[in-house]
Design a protein around this ligand. Structure first.
Ligand SMILES: Nc1ncnc2c1ncn2[C@@H]1O[C@H](COP(=O)(O)OP(=O)(O)OP(=O)(O)O)[C@@H](O)[C@H]1O
Ligand SMILES: [Mg+2]
Length: 260
């Protein structure tokens, strides 16, 4: 099926950026209850790169993902997917862009209760009128360990299994960018490691772009780059992280927090 063009085709100059925030601010509420969830954040997520976002609870990680994925409006600044400025899009185009270019794994899984696991996995493609690449779909399903559960509805699955359905749903359509909010938060360490390894391979071998929020230094070590948020600002960045180097950096923030 053909869709309306959503923007200028990627140019050589910006080919590397799958998504980019520039001076992005997000303010909730006003007056006494005002919360500055994101305070002039500028960050770029390159194509075929696996980025982890870390930071304390309430630091703005989910807000950044929602704003970049066009699921929430921004207060000021710019949010782009490829060359498309999200703030200029009307609802219909934004919905189309989300559907065609973005995969999202939420903190809550957002599965449809009336559909079985397989139907949930292929739902975004079914809505878009696209056919799943069967070999890829089989590989995704096998990796997340759901082959025996495809006919089950979400309420017949464990929390971890539901999370794996949500992971498979995001990967199935091979979107331009996947935003994942703690995708392994509910998984035991072995299933978590399998899902993380699979996410990393989809980046290395297929050029998938992934941005993943996590609290876990081990999960972060699967990424190419860790971006640290605190109080709605980017405070640090680490390339080629190991669990130890991430932990070390987190400790340094804690120490700063105590002395200031
Ligand atoms: N809809 C909302 N209305 C008002 N304030 C909000 C809303 N959503 C988030 N906030 C506030 O914005 C800040 C950032 O929240 P956010 O959910 O992005 O944090 P987070 O880093 O994802 O935290 P966690 O690790 O606990 O998931 C918090 O102070 C939160 O209370
Ligand atoms: Mg969050």
């Amino acid at each position: 099926m053909t869709t309306m063009p959503l923007g200028v085709k990627t140019t050589a100059h910006s080919a590397a950026a799958a998504a980019r925030a520039t001076d992005l601010s997000k303010v909730y509420g006003e007056g006494e209850t005002q919360v500055i969830a994101l305070d002039s954040v500028s960050v770029e997520f390159r194509q075929a790169e696996f980025t982890a976002i870390m930071g304390p609870s309430g630091s703005g990680k989910s807000t950044l993902m929602h704003c970049m994925a066009g699921l929430d409006t921004i207060s000021s600044g710019s949010a782009r997917i490829g060359d498309v400025e999200l703030t200029t899009l009307k609802d219909k185009k934004l919905t189309q862009l989300r559907r065609d270019k973005i995969g999202f794994i939420f903190q809550a899984f957002n599965l449809l209760p009336t559909l079985n696991a397989l139907e949930n996995i292929t739902l975004p493609m079914d809505i878009a009128g696209r056919k799943a690449d069967q070999a890829w779909l089989d590989q995704v399903v096998a990796t997340v360990g759901l082959a025996g559960r495809l006919k089950h509805r979400p309420n017949q699955l464990s929390g971890g299994q539901q999370q794996r359905v949500a992971v498979a749903r995001a990967l199935a359509g091979q979107p331009e960018i996947i935003f994942a909010d703690e995708p392994t938060g509910n998984l035991d360490s072995r299933s978590g490691a399998e899902v993380l390894g699979f996410l990393r391979n989809s980046v290395r071998e297929l050029g998938q772009t992934i941005v993943m929020v996590t609290h876990d230094p081990v999960a972060a070590s699967y990424s190419d780059r860790v971006v640290f948020l605190a109080d709605g600002r980017i405070v640090d960045e680490l390339r080629n992280p190991t669990a130890d180097s991430v932990l070390d950096r987190m400790k340094r923030f804690d120490a700063k927090g105590r002395t200031s």
